[in-house]
Design a protein around this ligand. Structure first.
Ligand SMILES: Cc1ncc(COP(=O)(O)O)c(C=O)c1O
Length: 410
């Protein structure tokens, strides 16, 4: 099946050239990917970089190939810093968002009675780490209440802070819906109260503007494969100048901390202290290419288009019998989640995948506190990116309608 439609009636404010976007995306010839919150289709420029590097490694071996690409590799840090409005030397390359988050979190010290404040829709991996830290140290985990829209309540957070609070750790956009938490307002409070702030930006980076100065965060973790459209096995960690003064990574190798004598190492002064010597060079170059591509389109432009496609989806889905939208918050992004009163989420995913239409499923354990509070089961997660067309959305909806029809007829 070939999907290459160019008709774009739904998006009022298009400032990106959709035809160009689609011709830059080889994967659209093979599938309709509406699972960009899971893994997006890479642009051709990213695939080229990967293929070129693989060929070079085939010809001259991995180390010589990395030497040849030294300048391009150096430029990847600068690309990430440009994306985040971050100072030079403030980002570390990672293999994924969870590892980035863990290296930041486990480098912090907690004592019995210290408090970690977090969001109700916190990501599962993060919360398990809180629980492990609680078991190890006797620290406490306190969940910041939501406001009436379902977003983390910044005012309530302010009221919760006392001298025992050692960390504010929240997820900007949760894995289970379009909610956009007020990350910058939380940053203002963290800064004013002098509490370190760890922001899980995994589902935000690439689909919305992100400036670490405006966000006021001390650490920010992100992945490459989702909204940035980079290869799998890539991610990064931002570290603020204040944290670089105070904190060492949970683990160090002899490049993050140079081994200078039998009984001493010298910590790198920049965020690269969080890196290790070995890394996937081709994928890292691909991450740089993906960021450069996104920046050339404009993150604001991507944000507008993703928001328009997701808004359209929400409107249409909410009119379908049996479907309940599950996104919280007054500010929503490109992740749309829903449940059906009879058809399990996995059955919807499988039925659409038969036609090469890919959506995701999010399970309660990804955001257990939120799922428990709202009695959520598995949800269908549809996440359009800027390269998706009106026809992609229509094809997904007609596949869904066929399924709803069959189920109603039974
Ligand atoms: C909110 C959030 N944080 C972190 C992660 C983990 O990202 P990664 O798989 O790159 O470690 C995810 C993945 O779905 C996520 O949704």
């Amino acid at each position: 099946m070939q999907y290459s439609g160019t008709k774009q009636p739904i998006v009022g404010k298009i400032r990106v050239n959709i035809d160009k976007l689609r011709s830059d995306t080889p994967g659209i010839a093979h599938c309709i990917n509406l699972n960009n919150a899971g893994a997006a289709l890479m642009p051709a420029s990213v695939v080229d970089v990967l293929e070129r590097h693989l060929r070079l490694e085939t010809q001259i071996g991995g180390q010589a190939a990395a030497m040849k690409r030294r300048d391009e590799l150096e430029a990847v840090h600068a690309s990430i810093e440009g994306l985040l409005g971050a100072a030079s030397g403030s980002v570390a390359l990672m293999t994924n968002a969870t590892r980035a988050w863990q290296l930041a979190f486990y480098g912090l010290e907690f004592r019995p009675g210290d408090r970690i404040l977090t969001s109700r829709a916190e990501y599962g991996a993060n919360y398990v780490a809180f629980l492990q830290m609680q078991k190890r140290t006797g620290c406490e985990i306190d969940v910041i209440p939501d406001d009436e829209s379902g977003a983390t309540d910044a005012a309530a957070l302010d009221d919760m802070i006392d001298e025992r609070v050692k960390l504010i750790a929240v997820t900007w956009v949760p894995t289970n819906g379009g909610l956009v938490n007020p990350a910058a307002a939380i940053g203002d409070i963290a800064r004013a109260r002098g509490v370190p702030y760890l922001l899980d930006a995994c589902q935000a980076i690439g689909q919305m503007p992100a400036n670490v100065v405006e966000l006021g965060c001390d650490f920010l973790s992100a992945t490459g494969r989702k909204w940035l459209r980079a290869p799998r096995g890539t991610g990064f960690l931002y570290v603020s100048p204040a944290m670089l003064e105070r904190v060492e990574p949970a683990m160090l190798d002899h490049t993050g901390g140079r081994w200078v004598s039998a009984d001493a190492y010298q910590l790198r002064t920049d965020a690269r202290r969080y890196e290790t010597y070995e890394r996937p060079i081709g994928a890292t170059l691909g991450l740089g290419a993906a960021i450069d591509y996104a920046m050339s389109l404009g993150i604001e432009e991507i944000h507008d288009r993703v928001g328009a496609l997701a808004g359209e989806l929400r409107t249409v889905l909410s009119s379908r019998p049996g479907i309940t939208l599950q996104d919280l918050g007054s500010v929503k992004c490109g992740i749309v989640t829903f449940s059906h009163d009879k058809i399990p989420a996995e059955a919807i995913r499988v039925a659409l995948a038969r036609d090469n239409i890919f959506v995701g499923v999010t399970s309660p354990e990804g955001t257990l506190l939120d799922a428990t509070a709202r009695s959520l089961g598995d949800l269908v997660r549809v996440s359009p990116h800027c390269y998706n067309s009106q026809q992609d959305i229509d094809a997904m909806l007609s596949g869904l309608d066929a399924l709803l029809h069959t189920s109603a007829a039974r």
